[in-house]
Design a protein around this ligand. Structure first.
Ligand SMILES: [Mg+2]
Length: 245
């Protein structure tokens, strides 16, 4: 692809770990929950935290499990906690307490959720240039809308597609096509920006959308990958400095 890329008429953003710092909020929330839960479970805090990490990795590693549970994030939190306690030989099955921790997770998570630096500036800048903006986000309707509302993002976007509302999620081609069709933009005039290579870069590229990988953690491209992004950025502010923009 390279230098023939046109200035985009449409930029499609992912939400989690692209506009908002979801991973950081989740890590912070789990550290706090492990601290709160450890005395009750009779488990040393660091041991519990490690077991929770292990349970979460297992939990999210499988595509089908990921799909099923990302639509029920609060329950996924109490399930990870339950699995960790079980793995440590301290089974914890009290439904009311598990519900309490699901609620605690939700409260702490949303309190810890922040936008990336410059996210609003970049969105405003693009709008000022006349670029259309879309958001495509995987996850449950209520959970994702709460994030969007908390940061007053909806007024900045011409089109917002949430997996839980649309019925299918990334990387199903129809979800990207829906954004293009809704805004009447050809795939070759659109960029998509996001932190997941499979959902935000390679999926859109199959339709002819320019895929911009947001390497927010500055980790570099993984060795094992199914394709390469057209562009890589490490800060949202770098988006408009890309060739073709
Ligand atoms: Mg993401």
């Amino acid at each position: 692809m390279g230098d023939a890329i046109q200035t985009p008429r449409l930029v499609i953003f992912d939400l989690d770990d692209t506009l908002i710092q979801t991973h950081a909020a989740s890590s912070h929330t789990w550290r706090t929950l492990a601290e709160e839960f450890a005395p009750e479970a009779g488990i040393e805090e660091s041991v519990l935290h490690t077991a929770i990490d292990h349970a979460r990795k297992w939990f999210w590693a499988d595509a089908e499990r990921h799909h099923a549970w990302r639509l029920r994030m609060a329950e996924s939190a109490s399930e990870a906690l339950r699995m960790a306690a079980r793995d440590l030989g301290r089974p914890f099955e009290d439904a009311a307490r598990l519900q309490h921790f699901a609620d605690r997770y939700t409260k702490l998570f949303f309190e810890s959720l922040f936008l990336f630096p410059n996210a609003l500036d970049v969105l405003h800048e693009l709008r000022a240039r006349g670029t259309s903006l879309a958001m495509i986000t995987n996850g449950g309707a209520e959970w994702q809308r709460r994030k969007i509302n908390q940061h007053t993002l909806a007024p900045l976007f011409d089109c917002i597609i949430v997996e839980g509302e649309f019925g299918v999620g990334k990387p199903a081609p129809e979800i990207y096509r829906h954004a293009l069709d809704t805004l009447g933009v050809d795939a070759h005039d659109a960029w998509m920006v996001g932190d997941r290579l499979d959902w935000d870069v390679l999926g859109p590229q199959k339709l002819g959308i320019t895929g911009v990988w947001f390497d927010f953690a500055a980790r570099g491209l993984p060795e094992a990958r199914a394709g390469d992004p057209d562009r890589v950025i490490r800060a949202l502010a770098d988006l408009s400095k890309q060739p073709g923009f």
